[in-house]
Design a protein around this ligand. Sequence first.
Ligand code: TYM
Length: 344
Amino acid sequence: MSNPSSSYNGPERVFSGIQPTGALHLGNYLGALTKFVALQHTHECIFCVVDLHAITMAQDPDKLRANTREAAATFIAAGLDPKKAIIFVQSAVPAHTELTWIFNCTARMGWLERMTQFKDKAGKDKERASVGLFDYPVLQAADILAYKATHVPVGEDQKQHLELSRDIAERFNRQYDAPGFFPLPEPLIKGPGARVMSLKDGTKKMSKSDPSDLSRINLDDDADTIARKIKKARTDPEPLPSDTGGLAGRDGAANLVGIYAALAQTSDQAVLDEFGGQGFGVFKPALAELAVSTLAPVSEKLRTLKADPAQIDRILHDGAARAQAIADPIIKEVRKTVGFWGAD
Ligand code: TYM
């Protein structure tokens, strides 16, 4: 059988998305945004504020609109250039929902039932979860494939969703006897920031939904708040080890070393070469200083951008038009391939 990944011969294209469900945090920054910023210099890039995904859980409409603008502003504050990368809002481009329906008829129930994020988010009472929450990964596949994106920078927690996107692309190509129609998108996950953990519990990922604000560093936190949160981060009384093997079973310590490495764009081992044998009384202030000096320009730019929502809206209108211009011919081809009336 032909291998659809090798038979796709379209251009390389990067796509990724972030939900507008509150201020973005250090996990989003290190796991996703810094990668977006690097990729805009080497690839055609499309970055999306995924408000359709956000409504899989209850949202206040006014807050959703404000959070959507804030997420877009954070993309730019983190270093994305809207002239280079396309920045837009998911609900502004109908291709996402149209392709989701078609993919709903390609994806299998069993595939979605295995998704750990649905199990986590739906909790014990899965009968009361929205159908949208169950279907969430299919919409994610549609996001990527509406643009025939080949590369998807994400944090570690999105790995399973990306595997599902590949399964959907592969099955569609086979189902419609269209080898190489869709690429099998490749996740770009590597790097020390791919899994940033909670500052209060090194076994849980840093997340917008954690009720404790002390568990995360938000990109709009001021310098004092960042320093205070790092000071209060849960660690242990032992000094730092001199090699990474010594971090086993020390989740809080391992997390702070990983954050330092990601911010300094180096490795965990290089951090331990510098701080091995030192206690947290020395390491935490050094980490706070590094975090503040890296994030202060981001939060400052974010404040300026938030003061001019009309500018953000202009960028988002322009981004939606550019995104749609890429998706439209792809959706046309999909309609023809599926056999819809009027598409041939
Ligand atoms: P979301 O909004 O939860 O997170 C956005 C991005 O941030 C990464 N991330 C993290 N990385 C490291 N450590 C953490 N603690 C951490 N928390 C979040 C996520 O991995 C993600 O890259 N379903 C996606 C959004 C989405 C998407 C897409 C992504 C919708 N469509 C298409 C890629 C392609 C989500 O909920 O991300």
